[in-house]
Design a protein around this ligand. Sequence first.
Ligand code: DUC
Ligand code: ZN
Length: 458
Amino acid sequence: MKTLFRNATVVNADGSRKCDVLVCGEKIKLIRERIEIPEARVVECEGLLMFPGAIDAHTHFDLDVAGTTTADDFRTGSRAALRGGTTAVIDFACPNKGESLQQGLELWHRKAAGKAACDYGFHMTIDDWNESIRGELPAMIAQGVTSFKMYLTYPAMMIGDQAVFEALRELNRLGAIAGVHCENAGVIDALIAARKRAGELSPASHPLCRPALAEAEAVGRLLKLAALADAPVITVHTTCREAMAEIEAARARGQRVFVETCPQYLLLEDRYYSLPDFAGARYVCAPPLRKPLDQARLWRGLAAGEIQTLNTDHCSFTLAQKDLGRADFSKIPGGLPGVETRLELLYTYGVAAGRITREKLVELLSANNARLYGLWGRKGAVREGFDADLVLYDPKGEHALHAAELIANVDYNPYEGFPITGSIRQVWLRGRLRVEAGRVLEEGGGVYLPRALPDLSL
Ligand code: DUC
Ligand code: ZN
């Protein structure tokens, strides 16, 4: 099957041009100013932007958290991703306590296989460190898992300094990389205990127990461990000025640090935790939402290339699930939905608002994720030979975001009522039209993406 996209404004990280794009089967075959193929089906793209499919390198589908399971599994989460212009996700596989990485990987394959509507890969969580886990790393890499996750918080998941140091060193030796959740566990536990003793049990306590400095302390510690290990590292869901200062200092020492942030840290604020009627619970996530000055710092970081990727940390819960913490904020399952709205939000509040260029949008959502996570050559650009993962974006018109329209398995939208500039007209996955005007046309169809080693030349 040949499809000819006519008169598209193709936007890549390295520039935009108006041209025709020929897709044959699953791949982009030809990009030229004018292409004539009489037998091809023609998609007229005049007035539309063509972005490469977005990659969301931070999702949590079908994950057990705080005594419950995320509302979105691979079926609902990946459909929502596709509807939002994301054609590939990288989800965090996590072995059950005491099980091997291989068992964790097989568990995640079972969760995703046959259900995913977009393509998918896995990071692997290292929540324990011993010779057996060290010995499994080459097999993970051979199976296309080339990035790993470690936690400096959450008692059930976190590992100590020696483990982080040794793991960073070993991953670097193998050419792989780790993303690390940075918050100081001891400080957080002490602050939670104090709030509980004082009977301050509402969601308003949540950000007070996870202050920006507790994140920055862990970022600083991680970056020093990474310097000692002589290893590159990724700080995931980075939220605040203090953490950015630690990153600047590490880079000034000559370290390679890759930084991720998320739309919620750019667009939502910590004052939401004090909303009446337990509404603050819907914004509980870790790290928590911060202040407008932090948002401004992150926007500046995106524009200046200090932050390389914008992913969602999609970890959705229904309002009934958030209610598990009605009597105690520390029991509210942490996480927000976001996989469905990221592209439109970044287009609106980044590109249309003049904070970033449309090429930067592609860099943040597609190109850098593809390079850092070993998908370049296949994903991340509208280029000859790459997968025909294409988003046709109509920059005209306005609409507002509403929970009722989301197809993710959630009954609220953290961005309720946010105005959006333009809209996603179509989403193509490997040469197949999969989303049209907000409707997902087919179930399933996503394939596993074994990933190459990271390209650290971003
Ligand atoms: N933070 C969240 O809010 N949810 C999932 C995991 C995490 O780190
Ligand atoms: Zn996460």
